[in-house]
Design a protein around this ligand. Sequence first.
Ligand code: FAD
Length: 508
Amino acid sequence: MRPISRAVLRPYVCPTCRHGISAGRRRFGSKSDSPDLYDVVCVGGGPAGLGLLAALRASPITSKLKVALIESQDLRKAKAWDLEPNQFSNRVSSLTPSTVSFLRSIGAYDHLDVNRVQDYQDMQVWDGQTGSRISFDWSMETSPFEDMRTVATMTENANLVRALLRRIADLGDENLSLFSNATVASIENGSDLKPEGPDLSAWPVLTVKPTGPAAETETPKRIAARLLVGADGINSPVRSFADIPTQGWDYGRHGVVATLALDEPATPPFPASKRTAYQRFLPALGGPIALLPLPDNHATLVWSTTPENAAYLKSLPTPAFLAMVNAAFRLDMTDLTYMMGMQSSSSDSTSHQDELTWRAQHTPLPSQIPPAATAVQAGTVASFPLRFRHAAQYISPRIALVGDAAHVIHPLAGQGLNLGLADVASLSKTIQYAVSHGMDIGDLLTLERYSSERYLPNAKIGGACDLLHKMYNVPGEGPVALARSLGLGVVDRLPFVKSFLMKNAEGY
Ligand SMILES: Cc1cc2nc3c(=O)[nH]c(=O)nc-3n(C[C@H](O)[C@H](O)[C@H](O)COP(=O)(O)OP(=O)(O)OC[C@H]3O[C@@H](n4cnc5c(N)ncnc54)[C@H](O)[C@@H]3O)c2cc1C
């Protein structure tokens, strides 16, 4: 834990008495070196940081707190983000119903462009090695008189960030400072040198430096935080300042993402509005491939695989890339492994498709497969390294971590951002509780409430995703494959267990 010079929990003593000076005496030193004081300073303007800001501003209990957000990217650009209606960003997340209801409760969901989001009600998950399958179909759980229940809602991260920024703007700028295009140059403990001011010796004091060429002449600004929130992602500077270690590892896997256009489904869905997400585990290739629906027969691809396979897929010309995606949902492991090693050049763009056509004739197709991918949106094929991290603790005096700063998990269950927004919901409630009960919002006792609510659920879900990743990375027909196939097969036949899993997928 970071060194704090004075006991943080000592009883409050007013500054005048603390410094043993008479009430009438004042010092007229330069003010320039004293930091501006804020109640909450949030580093990081990703979904978690902006979610926290919107939640605090939306609540009548916390809306008057003096808050600041520091983000190294350009928030004006994020607020003006726009794409053609039939174009979709490749950074897409599935929001669970509980995340959606949190976004509704803070008034942010209304600012999402709903023409760009897609609910799905059915999920088909199967093991490419053993063929065992589990399907999560909410339409079976719903009576004919109610709307079909949603498993998750797909949205581009940029659409969500823009919605949160619009909601924050809606709520006015009183007591709000947004430091966009700015980075945290340093964080240190404050001091207790000002007789007339509060004792800042346990307060984090940040030096905020503008980024970008136009800003080079601007003077860095110093701000002190009653509560400093790290929503600053996997390499969190706030976590480093608090000296909080993380446990974890790199998976040695990359997530290949892309925006795809799909063919019309072979049989129209029933009911017509039902949409399906597909995920096939490919043990021989290092992880699952998932195709998640977007509006108008588009889909987002997340294919977790080895860095070598990821590099190979990214190097392919579009027709070969599409053939590989379609093969991954249709062919058996041996055929797929063969195709992943095929020579490819831009002048020979049909060989993968020819190979798929030929091999598919001799392969019994799984019962539920996604419609064929027919096009890749230009510039959307990319890959991200997959990692697991969990901070040893989420809080320290006057500090709280949320989102990826606190935990990074394997994306196979699409839960990372959902966990981050659940942190934010919990922390904002903790702050509201402290304000309404006259407590210090940065005090460890206050923050304990947040930490105890979030640490275990996050560890449980992160651990479950890790276990799934490991189980589905054992190729061949051995005992692990048998256990996998029994597991999926049995769960699929036990309605109560399945219903329990479906509720968990919903985020309740
Ligand atoms: C391939 C892939 C697919 C995924 N799919 C899903 C999914 O379907 N569902 C889901 O729930 N999750 C998914 N996730 C996870 C999800 O994307 C992340 O959990 C989420 O984006 C994290 O949000 P965050 O706000 O915590 O962090 P980030 O989005 O990393 O934001 C951190 C912010 O802090 C800023 N920052 C960092 N350092 C500083 C500094 N020094 N000064 C100022 N600002 C700073 C950064 O610029 C950034 O804007 C996926 C992840 C991957 C890799």
